[in-house]
Design a protein around this ligand. Structure first.
Ligand code: MG
Ligand code: MG
Ligand code: MG
Length: 306
């Protein structure tokens, strides 16, 4: 039975590309593995797979009796259902360590870099296995996506070096043009239902016993979202009402390099505590904030634990 390689719920491009690449790498190391996903592809990921001629992974949501490798997450509430009824053999990630535990030793590749794709490039090098050109292409796109084309505070020199090497392998001459093409696809919001937009890149967190949801939409120009804000606010209020303390939605302008945060909360003073800005109404502009992982989640965790 093939080992299943899976990323987080509401899959993004890094989660999808990493699952495909790690399945390839494990299979070439002599352990048959298969990429799966916990849900449908977002438009950006569909564009990236199409561009490099790869198929969407099969959707699987339950880990019972399966051997599993986790990529791009290690938090139980972002993972497969019944993870404890399967066996986690490995974790390849670039987030804070989550709450997954294992009964047996496992292979851990968790680095503080901008993208899981960067870790995986190093793994191919470590095992002396060549990265196939199409997989190099999707890993390259994952790094551009996660680091917002190197602008995010999460971006490291290792991410930039990986992009340079992967671009050569994939035969991509103009990395910036590819990145802009990808972010334009990601920015297309017209015609999408508010719930699809809120959950396109959404994660639940446990913060001192409070269930907190944080979603993010990254666009090349925030004004594209003007016509959608009211519906998005109504949608996050609905998601919050479903057993959460707060739901926040980051509307990130990748050119202005900051985010407007929409707020649905039992206690909006946590926003003030977390960011030191006064909140008047249901949204706030956070200058320079582009990374949920590094600039939003730690601030809220501190605010909730205080
Ligand atoms: Mg991800
Ligand atoms: Mg990632
Ligand atoms: Mg992201």
């Amino acid at each position: 039975m093939a080992i299943l390689v899976v990323g987080h719920k509401n899959p993004d491009t890094d989660t999808i590309a990493s699952a495909i690449a790690v399945a390839d790498l494990w299979t070439k190391r002599g352990m048959e593995a298969k990429a799966i996903a916990q849900g449908e592809l977002a438009p950006e990921s569909a564009f990236v797979l199409g561009k490099f001629g790869l198929q969407a992974p099969e959707i699987v949501t339950d880990a019972t009796d399966q051997k599993i490798i986790l990529v791009d997450h290690s938090d139980l509430n972002q993972s497969l259902d019944n993870l404890a009824k399967g066996e986690v053999l490995g974790v390849v990630d670039h987030h804070k360590l989550g709450d997954v535990t294992t009964p047996n030793p496992l292979e851990m590749w968790v680095w503080p870099v901008g993208c899981t794709g960067t870790v995986i490039k190093a793994m191919y090098d470590f095992y002396g296995i060549e990265v196939p050109a199409n997989i190099a292409g999707i890993l390259l796109c994952a790094i551009l996506s996660d680091t917002v084309m190197f602008k995010s505070v999460t971006c490291t020199d290792a991410d930039k070096a990986a992009v340079e090497a992967l671009a050569k392998i994939a035969g991509v001459a103009d990395v910036n043009a590819l990145g802009m093409e990808m972010f334009k696809v990601k920015s297309a919001v017209d015609g999408a239902a508010p719930s699809e937009l809120v959950f396109r890149d959404y994660k639940d967190f446990d913060m001192s016993g409070n269930k907190i949801g944080i979603g993010q939409l990254e666009v090349v120009d925030l004004s594209m979202l003007d016509a959608h804000k009211e519906a998005l606010q109504a949608e996050i209020e609905k998601v919050k009402a479903d057993g959460r303390h707060s739901v926040f939605l980051l509307l990130t302008d990748i050119m202005k390099e900051g985010s407007e945060m929409l707020i649905a909360s039992d206690d909006a003073t946590v926003v003030q505590k977390a960011f030191g800005v006064s909140v008047d109404g249901k949204s706030v502009w956070l200058d320079g904030v582009m990374s949920r992982k590094k600039q939003v989640v730690p601030n809220f965790e501190k605010a909730f634990s205080a």
